[in-house]
Every structure is written in structure tokens, then in C-alpha cells.
Design a protein around this ligand. Structure first.
Ligand SMILES: [Zn+2]
Length: 136
């Protein structure tokens, strides 16, 4: 299913993930159904499907929309991109050591806490890979 705003292909998400990430006033009007995330960083739509939710109706910053350091990569344990970078600077591209140091990827609440309803493992792995490449 394509985003009605930008036409990018959406990523299917659980309705309970959308509900959990909505601001309180939006939750009251929430309708269960099919939902997709628009991961295009240039697009203002966070979720679409049964309803359309712009990023300003979401109670947290989305890692695939916002590239700043204070955005969470691990939502379960609230570990930011900046904290991952800092750990990387200390221990290098050792994923296990970075997880141990930051507490990232140990929450187990990804289904409702992560904006895509998935474990943050691959996202953090990809970010570490990019950081490592940028050092070459
Ligand atoms: Zn879009």
C-alpha cells in the first residue's frame, strides 16, 4: 500500500503499535484496522491506512524520519542514536559490547514501543556499519 501523501511504499505495522505511539488526544479517536508506516524522511505522514496520522500526532520522534542524535534507536530501553555513537567511539564496531554498554536491544517491548513494531537490532547494526564506514 502506497502513502497517500508521497507515494512511497508503506511498511505494514500493527495497529497496537500506532495506538501506543499516538498522543493522548489522538488515541481517543483511534480506529482499529490496517496500518502502514511511511518511512520516507521527506514526508510528513507517519502512518496511514484506516486513518492518516502526521508526524506531529506521534508522541515520539521516528528514527527513519529524524536523523538527529537525540532520537531513539532502541525505544524499549530509550537509547538514542547519540548514545550508540558514543559507545561505538569507545568500543568500536562490536555490537554485543555496544548493546551491553547502552542497554539497547534488551527491552522486548518492540511490538508496541518501536515505531515499526520490530526489534531495533538490525537498525542499530546498520547504523554501526555506517559509522564504521565513515571512519575509512
Ligand atoms: Zn509518505
Amino acid at each position: 500500500m502506497k502513502c497517500p501523501e508521497c507515494g512511497a511504499e508503506g511498511v505494514k505495522v500493527f495497529p497496537e503499535t500506532v495506538f501506543n505511539l499516538l498522543k493522548d488526544e489522538e488515541r481517543e479517536r483511534f480506529q482499529d484496522g490496517l496500518y502502514f508506516a511511511c518511512t520516507n524522511p521527506a514526508c510528513s505522514v507517519a502512518y496511514f491506512g484506516e486513518n492518516i496520522y502526521d508526524v506531529d500526532t506521534i508522541n515520539t520522534a521516528l528514527w527513519y524520519k529524524d536523523k538527529s542524535d537525540d532520537v531513539y534507536l532502541c525505544y524499549c530501553n530509550k537509547v538514542t542514536r547519540g548514545e550508540i555513537k558514543k559507545a561505538f567511539m569507545q568500543v568500536g564496531p562490536d555490537l554485543k559490547a555496544i548493546f551491553a554498554m547502552t542497554g539497547a536491544c534488551g527491552g522486548g517491548k518492540c511490538r508496541i514501543e518501536n515505531p515499526l513494531g520490530r526489534c531495533c537490532h538490525t537498525v542499530i547494526e546498520q547504523y554501526i556499519y555506517e559509522l564504521n564506514q565513515s571512519l575509512d
